[in-house]
Design a protein around this ligand. Structure first.
Ligand code: AMP
Ligand code: MG
Length: 352
């Protein structure tokens, strides 16, 4: 008998935990005079928590951030039927759609990573995401026939951007852009930008485990970000990282998945097979300046796999990465030496 079980890790089971930003003083916060003020929101069905370490922050700031997030979702959501992206997808095979500069820029960035990774990162993945429907009740392993019909609709080269018109055209009916691999990162960057523009320079922005550690702690020291063991629920730390003004974004197999006939199927697809990338990785974390880049790169690295992914990250300027494999080995880019500390005995550091 077919056993289908849908499992989610909720927003509460995150791949990253933030240390040093709890209201209760602990080892990391003991020198921090300012207690954070925080507010939570939802964007793209993801819990966002913004913790600002600055006494100048007001409820007006938090209200404006709420507006800003609604605006972003109103442009980039794939499911909201009033969004710009929805309109682009609705007009697949029909006509180009003129979009705002903001939507255009995000799609353009996604396409840049598609080109750079030879389509491993693929914003035209929408029809495949819908076919598997992971995270919903009817998630299932598609039939060969279903896959054969879907695969021709996910070619990112069939996405046409017109720079002058700021329009996006999906050449074939049935195509759909899905920004699930980059959109959360973009939102985090926009929150960071808003805070800095309002002279609020010390904050932790947490979007479902993707962290933007803005500035430094109020006492001038670096943030300590804990990296979660990707195989267990929240609370079990794998290691920690010292950063200032950096974002850390993770793509992992335990974020969103279902189990069919004992096999685990997660939400990050290899566009060349139509199946979840199955290459021995359990998670990829990217550390860099902009969250949209980190988001796209964590998905890219996950699909590329350990060897190719690490080599790819080493070529990106100002990008560091942590790759974790099923056999509990941890690989880091050289730039993290001295900043990264493995704290979990079940794992070991390894080299290619
Ligand atoms: P992330 O958790 O950032 O790695 O993004 C995963 C999400 O990105 C999925 O839920 C899909 O919406 C989308 N996605 C899945 N596979 C890919 C891919 N190969 N390239 C780009 N986006 C993808
Ligand atoms: Mg991503």
């Amino acid at each position: 008998m077919l056993i289908r079980k849908i499992l989610f890790t909720s927003c509460m089971i995150l791949s990253l935990i933030v240390m040093g930003c709890e209201t209760k003083p602990n080892e990391e916060t003991v020198n921090t005079q300012i207690q954070p003020k925080s507010q939570s929101y939802f964007i793209y069905d993801t819990l966002v928590t913004v913790r600002v370490y600055d006494n100048q922050v007001t409820s007006q700031h938090f209200a404006e951030l709420d507006e800003r997030m609604k605006e972003i979702e109103g442009k980039l959501s794939r499911t909201l039927n009033t969004s710009e992206l929805y309109k682009v997808n609705e007009n697949a095979g029909i006509s180009p759609v003129v979009v705002s500069d903001e939507t255009y820029k995000v799609v353009e960035k996604a396409m840049k990573y598609a080109e750079a990774s030879n389509g491993k990162f693929n914003p035209a993945i929408g029809p495949l995401v819908s076919l598997w429907n992971i995270g919903h009740e009817n998630a299932h392993v598609p039939t060969e026939n279903e896959l054969a019909k879907t695969m021709p609709l996910i070619n990112y080269r069939d996405v046409e951007l017109n720079d002058e018109q700021k329009s996006i055209y999906l050449k074939k009916a049935g195509m759909a852009i899905d920004l699930g691999g980059i959109g959360k990162g973009y939102a985090a960057d926009q929150i960071a930008e808003y805070l800095v523009a309002n002279e609020l320079n010390s904050a932790i922005i947490d979007l479902g485990g993707n962290i933007f550690a803005l500035g430094k702690k109020p006492d001038g020291s670096q943030w300590t970000i804990g990296i979660q063991d990707p195989e267990v629920s929240r609370g079990n730390q794998l290691g920690k990282l010292k950063v200032e003004n950096k974002t850390i974004v993770t793509s992992g197999v335990y974020e969103r998945y279902f189990v069919e006939e004992g096999k685990h199927y997660h939400h990050i697809f290899d566009p060349s097979t139509g199946f979840p990338a199955d290459n021995g990785l359990v998670s990829v974390s990217i550390i860099t300046d902009l969250s949209a880049d980190a988001d796209a790169l964590s998905t890219t690295g996950f699909v590329l796999g350990l060897k190719e992914g690490l080599a790819f990250m080493e070529k990106q300027p100002n990008v560091e990465a942590i790759f974790i494999t099923k056999d509990k080995k941890v690989y880091i880019t050289p730039g993290l030496e001295g900043k990264w500390e493995l704290t979990n005995d079940l794992y070991e550091m390894a080299d290619i």
